[in-house]
Design a protein around this ligand. Structure first.
Ligand SMILES: Cc1cc2nc3c(=O)[nH]c(=O)nc-3n(C[C@H](O)[C@H](O)[C@H](O)COP(=O)(O)OP(=O)(O)OC[C@H]3O[C@@H](n4cnc5c(N)ncnc54)[C@H](O)[C@@H]3O)c2cc1C
Ligand code: SF4
Length: 333
């Protein structure tokens, strides 16, 4: 049995120093990492616990953005008065994820960095998984792929990204603050998660030893007209087959002045197509306009057998989410 070192970080600098140890990984709420360790899929040699760092603030920035520390628990974020008032789309997406107990432990950083729920990835009994064992192949391609991606796939991987929170953050044009021992940088959330290409083992653009410090949400006036629609097999405690985050800014005439749209459950990353948002501009967000946006969002979608149904499901879900967002008129709707 291999030894495992555990270090509880006392500061960000301390965490960044310890992550340089061979085989070191960050652990926050542990709700996914511990599962992966139990299954032998993650085999860290050193756990750097970042859950006690003083980075659980939700605070306004000078430019009007809202900064959310990476250590904020999912339940606290969904319940935060400023998030409910300014970004109810985010609160609703969070509440659509996991269970109350899990949300009480799960952190913002851990949610963004969670790995796919592809059952072949999770089960060592299946020999071929390019994400778990690079170069081994992909058992999902010819296997049971009902949950899998229909957009942005490659011949090496058709897994989806499971986070609900990230889908809302993509629609809300969030940025991430990332910190390494060498420097600090900002990255648009839309550029953070990757498509599988020929390196599906890499989920994100996070560099080795880099820490997600915070999420920043720009002050977009999307609060009054938004909807998060999650289609899943069970009413709760289930990952999305398809999810849609829709946020609209309407003028006095009820026409779209700005729009944020993103899909979950359909790709290796939250799926955002700026052209689909632009297609709504200047129009009333009725079923016809929503169908046009859906066509652009789903351009190039391709099923793999069991998941062919997702394309039509997504089309209908997008139309419903946009028209429902248009109907909402209060941040708590
Ligand atoms: C039964 C079940 C159902 C679920 N259903 C849903 C669902 O419907 N929707 C949904 O969105 N999620 C769902 N989840 C996933 C859950 O939201 C994640 O497990 C959780 O968000 C991970 O957060 P954590 O803090 O526990 O991360 P951890 O398990 O501690 O870490 C996860 C990963 O993130 C890395 N990490 C953590 N923090 C940082 C940081 N600040 N910087 C860099 N790396 C970091 C860790 O190294 C690790 O690789 C479900 C989970 C379970 C077990
Ligand atoms: S879809 Fe990706 S994660 Fe799933 S088995 Fe194939 S390579 Fe592995």
């Amino acid at each position: 049995m291999e030894g495992l070192h555990y270090h509880r970080a006392t500061s960000i600098e301390d965490a960044l120093q310890w992550i340089a140890e061979p085989g070191a990984v960050f652990i926050a709420g542990g709700t996914q990492l511990v599962d992966l360790m139990k299954g032998g899929i993650a085999r860290p040699r050193c756990l750097v616990d970042v859950s006690r760092l003083p980075w659980n603030a939700v605070e306004p920035l000078d430019d009007g953005s809202l900064s959310i520390g990476a250590g904020v628990r999912n339940s606290d974020l969904a319940d935060h008065p400023e998030v409910r008032r300014r970004h109810p789309l985010l609160a609703r997406a969070l509440l659509a994820g996991a269970s109350p107990q899990l949300r009480n432990m799960a952190t913002v950083g851990g949610n963004l960095l969670q790995r796919t729920r592809c059952h072949y990835f999770y089960d060592n009994g299946f020999p071929r998984c390019n994400k778990r064992a690079p170069g081994s192949g992909c058992d999902a391609l010819q296997g049971h792929n009902r949950q899998h991606a229909v957009l942005g796939t490659s011949e090496h991987c058709i897994a989806t990204h499971p986070s609900d929170m990230a889908v809302a953050l993509a629609a809300l044009r969030a940025r991430l603050r990332l910190r390494s021992a060498a420097d600090e940088r900002r990255l648009a959330l839309a550029d953070f998660h990757r498509l599988p290409g020929d390196t599906p083992e890499r989920d994100t653009e996070l560099r080795e030893g880099e820490l997600v410090l915070a999420v920043e949400l720009p002050p977009l006036p999307f609060a009054r007209h938004c909807h998060y629609l999650k289609v899943r097999d069970r009413a709760s405690f289930s990952f999305a087959l398809v999810s849609v985050a829709a946020a609209l800014e309407l003028d006095d005439d009820g026409r779209v002045r700005d729009a944020g749209l993103a899909l979950g459950g359909v790709a290796h990353k939250p799926w955002r197509v700026p052209a689909a948002e632009q297609a709504l501009l200047g129009r009333r967000p009725d079923a016809a306009a929503a169908a046009d946006a859906a066509g652009l969002l789903l351009d190039g979608a391709r099923g793999h057998g069991h998941n062919d149904f997702k394309i039509e499901l997504a089309r209908r879900a997008i139309t419903r989410a946009i028209t429902r967002a248009a109907g909402n008129d209060s941040p708590d709707a």
